[in-house]
Design a protein around this ligand. Structure first.
Ligand SMILES: [Mg+2]
Length: 250
């Protein structure tokens, strides 16, 4: 079948036609990326204020790229794609910049530091149990490919009530190449026994969509609920939707 035949019509035709495996990204696709990371920055700032006696939330938001008015996370800022160790050193620098001696700043950050709470900060972008149950009536297999690690991801999926509805999960620490490599999709296809050209990939970032393209997915679907802007997603996607809720007719 030619690549042209795989292009999804964008005039309301069924996006799930011919799809036996639907693979979702997690952050920005299933749950609100901005609530997760914006909330984490505020929690961290609250603890650092207490430990240093200085009001630091504006400093941290500026350094880490969280808009003060909207709470939106800058998709090109530090939080979007920086290892936690480097984020931490930027936070120490921000405390030092307010006049705290470096050793005290490092001790305060060490005290306040925590991974984002994968349950408390996870705000679903749709009624996920209902949506996944509805999708399961149309598509044989639902799966998730995420750049997050397995333990927090499984905790999040449990809390969201969808872990029992998915057939496959690939995480960043599973030891296979990360997005935009097609490896996660090919692994999921192999795990559930579905060909890549019977697979659709849904994500909020260009890397999700490139992963789908590289794997030879039947359909690549962008969502505007996360970090990707419309122009960037449209350059790669078959179709761009406001959010995953738009995958099914309501
Ligand atoms: Mg994402």
């Amino acid at each position: 079948v030619s690549a042209e035949a795989h292009r999804a019509p964008t005039d309301g035709a069924d996006l799930l036609e011919g799809v036996d495996l639907l693979v979702f990204d997690k952050d920005g696709t299933l749950i609100d990326f901005h609530a997760m990371w914006g909330g984490w920055v505020l929690d961290l700032a609250t603890d650092l204020d207490r430990l240093t006696g200085i009001e630091l939330s504006d400093d941290l938001r500026a350094v880490l790229g969280v808009d003060r008015a909207t709470g939106m996370v800058d998709p090109h800022g530090l939080l979007a794609a920086t290892p936690m160790a480097r984020i931490r050193s930027h936070v120490v620098d921000a405390v030092v910049a307010r006049g705290v001696p470096r050793r005290r700043a490092e001790a305060a950050v060490a005290d306040a530091w925590r991974a984002p709470d994968p349950v408390g900060l996870a705000r679903p972008l749709a009624d996920l149990p209902r949506l996944f149950a509805s999708l399961r009536r149309r598509v044989a297999h639902l799966a998730i490919a995420t750049s997050d690690d397995r333990v927090p991801t499984e905790r999040t999926l449990d809390a969201l009530g969808i872990r029992g509805l998915i057939s496959g999960l690939v995480c960043a620490d599973d030891g296979i190449p990360v997005k935009p490599s097609p490896a996660a999709i090919l692994r999921l296809c192999s795990d559930v026994g579905v060909a890549a050209d019977r697979t659709a990939v849904v994500g909020d970032a260009v890397a999700d969509l490139r992963m789908g393209r590289a794997a030879g997915a039947r359909r690549v679907i962008g969502v505007l609920s996360g970090v990707g802007d419309r122009a960037a997603l449209e350059a790669v996607a078959d179709v761009v939707l406001p959010s995953i809720g738009d995958l099914v007719q309501t």
